[in-house]
Design a binder for this molecule. Structure first.
Ligand code: NDP
Ligand code: HSE
Length: 428
């Protein structure tokens, strides 16, 4: 048996405690699969006194995560604190500069600093692994960097935020208000320290940007992701979309087009009976399309203690086995500067309008849409107590730019109260 692999763990929250438990409970499996003992030398968190429900007495405590990262008895620095900058980045850089392996679940840090960190890792011949950063327990980074490495990837899409999927599905199924469902997601350990990253679509955008970089061999380009969160989605939208045969998901999509790379993360309608439409709770789904393999669908728990710790430990096992791979699947210096493409892919749209219930109002909306070449596929008007009628329109496929122009035109008619809600319907 070779020498043990010694971990230093910074961050003892949901994921950190999950990793402690896995190292403790699965030591026999880890030894059998890697040929080495996996041990923990030292840990760090903000508060030393907090009861975390696990025994920390066998580990050295470090107040400073950077000091932890530099310890001689640490072979792998496991960063589970979070935050794109601050101690997480400082300690990760310190570990890599010292030639130590780093495993992190920190998508915010990778989405904003992935290129610089990958370069630092390669300069120092230090592995940098981050399976847990994307879609929790689903091994999608491994799928792209290893199993599908021979393919030209054309599209990566999916649901990549457990909190948003939990909120959207649970509000509908349990008829619970947003605030109650939000607290349930917190209790399940799904939320980011700043939950606006979840509901604002930013966390999922970080994940998409990371997958997109691996898929297309480009530098991570989070600023190139067109982002929209779920804050404006109402229970009425959820119910009415269902009425039309759809469910609403926070759906990400990165595709290679002749004009460049298109990346978007936005609430999107998907057919109710499709695999995405059936996705409940904190479950994530990542769909990868390659020229040789066709479509590969990966589904599993996207957040929470066990699933995320599982992904962290997968990376730890690879390091214990001596597996070496550039962080983004190819040398950092060969990652191209991404060319951003405008979203030109045509798709159908769901529109929800509050329309003045008076003669000719609907005709004006239809005419405004028609002027931009937008054709109505289906339409429904609902009962209403006041003077404004809730109207739903599903369009035939149209370019997003044409729809934006048409909505300006619709607003100018003066027959619509407030801002219309416009959501894309997933293209096959
Ligand atoms: P938590 O908020 O539960 O835990 C964060 C931990 O980091 C806490 O133990 C905290 O200490 C410690 N910490 C925070 N700031 C510092 C600091 N400045 N110095 C030292 N320790 C610090 O987060 P999670 O476990 O949920 O998430 C950790 C990482 O994993 C994040 O990057 C997150 O995005 C990512 N992730 C989380 C998933 C999940 O399902 N929760 C899934 C996938 C990725 P203390 O406890 O003393 O406050
Ligand atoms: N907050 C994230 C989510 C954790 O809800 O998906 C997993 O990355």
């Amino acid at each position: 048996m070779t020498t043990p692999l010694r971990l230093g763990i910074a961050g003892l929250g949901t994921v950190g405690v999950g990793v402690l438990r896995m190292v403790r409970d699965n030591s026999d499996i880890l030894r059998a699969r890697t040929g080495r003992d996996v041990t923990i030398s030292a840990v760090s968190a903000r508060s030393r006194d907090k009861d975390r429900g696990v025994d920390l007495s066998g580990f050295v405590w470090e107040d400073d995560p950077v000091a932890l990262a530099r310890r001689d008895d640490v072979d792998v620095f496991v960063e589970l604190m979070g935050g794109s900058d601050g101690p997480a980045k400082a300690a990760t850089e310190a570990a890599l500069a010292a030639g130590k392996a780093v495993v992190t679940a920190n998508k915010a840090m990778l989405a904003l600093h992935g290129q610089a960190l990958a370069e630092l890792a390669e300069e120092n011949d230090a592995p940098l692994r981050f399976e847990a950063a994307v879609a929790g327990g689903i091994p999608c980074v491994k799928a792209l960097t290893e199993g599908l490495a021979g393919n030209r990837i054309t599209r990566v899409s999916g649901v990549m935020n457990g909190t948003c999927n939990y909120i959207l599905t649970r509000m509908e199924s349990a008829g619970l208000p947003y605030a109650d469902v939000f607290e349930e997601a917190r209790a399940l350990g799904y939320l980011e320290a700043d939950p606006s990253l979840d509901v604002g679509g930013i966390d999922a955008g970080h994940k998409l940007a990371i997958l997109s970089a691996i898929a297309f061999g480009t530098r991570v380009d989070f600023d190139g992701v067109q982002l929209q969160g779920i804050e404006r989605v109402t229970i009425d939208d959820i119910r009415r979309a269902r009425d039309m045969g759809y469910r609403i998901k926070l759906l990400g999509e990165a595709r290679r087009t002749p004009g460049g790379i298109e990346q978007s993360m936005r609430p999107t309608l998907v057919p109710e009976d499709s695999p995405l439409g059936q996705l409940e709770g904190g479950t994530n789904m990542v769909v990868i399309e390659g020229d040789a393999v066709g479509q590969v669908v990966l589904r599993g728990a996207g957040a929470g203690e066990g699933p995320t710790a599982s992904a962290v430990m997968g990376d730890v096992c690879d390091i214990a086995r001596g597996m070496a791979l550039p962080p983004f699947g190819q040398p950092a210096a060969t990652l191209q500067a991404p060319v951003r493409a405008n979203a030109t892919t045509e798709c159908a749209h769901y529109l929800r309008l509050s329309l003045r219930d008076e003669p000719g109002a609907l005709a004006q909306v239809a005419t405004a849409l028609g002027r931009s070449g937008i054709s109505i596929d289906r339409m429904r008007q609902y009962d209403h107590p006041g003077t404004d009628a809730p109207v739903l329109i599903v369009t035939h496929p149209c370019a997003p730019g044409d729809l934006a122009r048409a909505l300006d035109d619709v607003a100018a008619t003066g027959v619509v109260a407030g801002d219309p809600v416009a959501l894309q319907i997933q293209t096959p």
